[in-house]
Design a binder for this molecule. Structure first.
Ligand code: TRP
Length: 461
């Protein structure tokens, strides 16, 4: 244990796990996906999935990690044998691939922060054109994504307690304060209340198969589930900690930040009469126009604050993604942390290059393959293979693993350390029911639907 490192206490784990969960998924993706899928109605479905599917899978991952005291590969191997170990290994590969493109987007956020706070970004005329040119400019991207990866690597190199925990404990509260500050400012703007009603008054006629499906994918990604990030973090906590309490707090923190990100963004967007259904450009295009109207000083403060927040959120997630393959190399191959971090950061950066160059810089990566009725970039493909398809698959396999191999008795036994009243409680029945029946069915169906739809042209929803 001492050699692997560990969190100093329960709070350290909660900060780090919430840091992993709170990321671009909450602040960049959640608001635009909500905007495209009808606002409040989507939010309700999302919250339902978070507690029905997300929380049980999270508890399962943490329990597996703590019991095995190992990275996902080692954990599955220890509790399930050689063939299950491949499931863990696949999760680690997904982490590597997710980080390869996640770091590119984090680099954009970092670049926007610097350009806005210290450059001339607020004087631009056409933010949509600026964004397209920005992501296609390979020099800027190279610089910012290297910078982001180096910072991530340095924190992971410093270790679980000093690096990951220490950083999360500072960044998470700061992020929260910036968020609250921008929300309050946004609510004072004209027409802000239109944004609030769009966001908070549900129109249930907007709920359909697509909304339900999209909300589940979003919930899963946002909670960092399905590839073993929480198995890894779970392996760093003490037997005396209450896993269920910690998981509930992490879930609430993640959901609260996603919710507040919407409450920050929609009033800003509506105050300028922009469309909430703008898509991925919502943050990088629509919001810029809003910051511009605030005037140079306030624009720099609020806009700079916003992109700083985005960077902090991304950073606590990139460190969790990097920690997974690093833990694997340290545990299984006995590499030093320094060697594991340097090798992995470099490898992941290289794998990310085609993603980075696939926004116009290099034609072959921009129009890389074609499926699902359209031309896709390299990054689209990596996203589809390693996150859209694989995270539900990973969650499905985890629940099947717990139900058939480790058994719910193993799960209950592990959770009851640090939580003596767990056995026989309502929560135990709820988690077992979800893990054994509901999660495999729902996540298995989601996996199949996605594969059929993306690669076999079947339109089921
Ligand atoms: N949850 C993060 C977000 O919302 C992304 C993330 C970090 C992640 N670690 C993960 C996603 C592990 C899946 C698995 O941005």
């Amino acid at each position: 244990m001492a050699a692997r490192g560990g969190f100093s206490n329960k709070l350290g784990f909660i900060a780090a796990a919430a840091g992993s969960a709170v990321g671009l998924g909450n602040i960049w993706q959640f608001p635009y996906v909500t905007g495209q899928n009808g606002g409040a109605a989507f939010l309700l479905v999302y919250i339902g999935w978070i507690f029905l599917i997300g929380l049980p899978v999270m508890v399962g991952e943490i329990a597996v990690g703590r019991n095995a005291q190992s990275n996902p590969y080692g954990a599955y191997k220890k509790l399930g044998g050689k063939s299950w170990a491949y499931v863990g290994l696949f999760g680690i590969i997904c982490g590597v691939m997710i980080l390869s493109f996640y770091n590119v987007v984090a680099g954009w956020a970092f670049g926007y922060f610097l350009e806005l706070s210290f450059g001339n970004l607020l004087n631009e005329q056409d933010y949509s054109g600026f964004f397209s040119a920005y992501v296609a400019d390979f020099r800027d991207n190279l610089f910012f994504s290297i910078a982001f990866m180096v910072i991530t690597a340095y924190i992971v190199y410093r270790g679980v307690q000093k690096g990951i925990e220490g950083t999360s404990k500072v960044l998470m509260p700061t992020l929260f304060l910036i968020l609250i500050f921008i929300i309050i400012y946004g609510l004072t703007l004209p027409n802000a209340m239109d944004g609030v009603s769009f966001y908070l008054l549900p129109d249930f006629s907007l709920i359909n198969g697509r909304t339900i499906y999209t909300a589940l994918g979003q919930a899963f990604f946002s909670l960092s589930l399905g590839m073993g990030a929480l198995i890894t973090y779970g392996s760093y906590i003490s037997r005396n900690d209450n896993i269920v309490n910690s998981a509930i707090l992490v879930t609430i923190a993640d959901t609260a930040v996603a919710f507040l990100a919407g409450l920050m963004i929609f009033p800003l967007v509506f105050s300028q009469g922009q469309s909430p259904a703008e898509g991925p450009g919502l943050v990088f295009v629509a919001l810029l126009g809003v910051f511009q109207t605030m005037g140079p000083l306030i624009g720099k403060i609020v806009g700079g604050g916003f992109f700083l927040l985005l960077c902090f959120a991304a950073l606590t997630s990139t460190i969790s993604l990097l920690e997974v393959p690093v833990a694997f190399l340290v545990d299984e191959k006995k590499w030093s942390r320094k060697k594991a971090v340097s090798a992995m950061a470099l490898l992941i950066f290289l794998i990310g290059l085609p993603s980075m160059l696939g926004f116009g810089a290099v034609g072959a990566f921009t129009e890389f393959v074609s499926y699902e009725g359209g031309v896709k970039s390299f990054m689209d493909l990596v996203q589809d293979l390693f996150f859209v398809i694989s995270l539900p698959l990973g969650g499905f396999l985890l629940s099947v693993f717990i139900s058939t191999k480790w058994k719910t008795a193993g799960l209950s036994e592990e959770i009851s350390h640090g939580n003596p009243s767990y056995k026989g409680s309502f929560l135990e029945k709820f988690f077992n029911l979800m893990i054994v029946y509901v999660c495999p069915v729902v996540l298995g169906a989601m996996f199949l639907l996605t594969v059929l739809q993306k690669f076999f042209g079947v339109e089921l929803i």
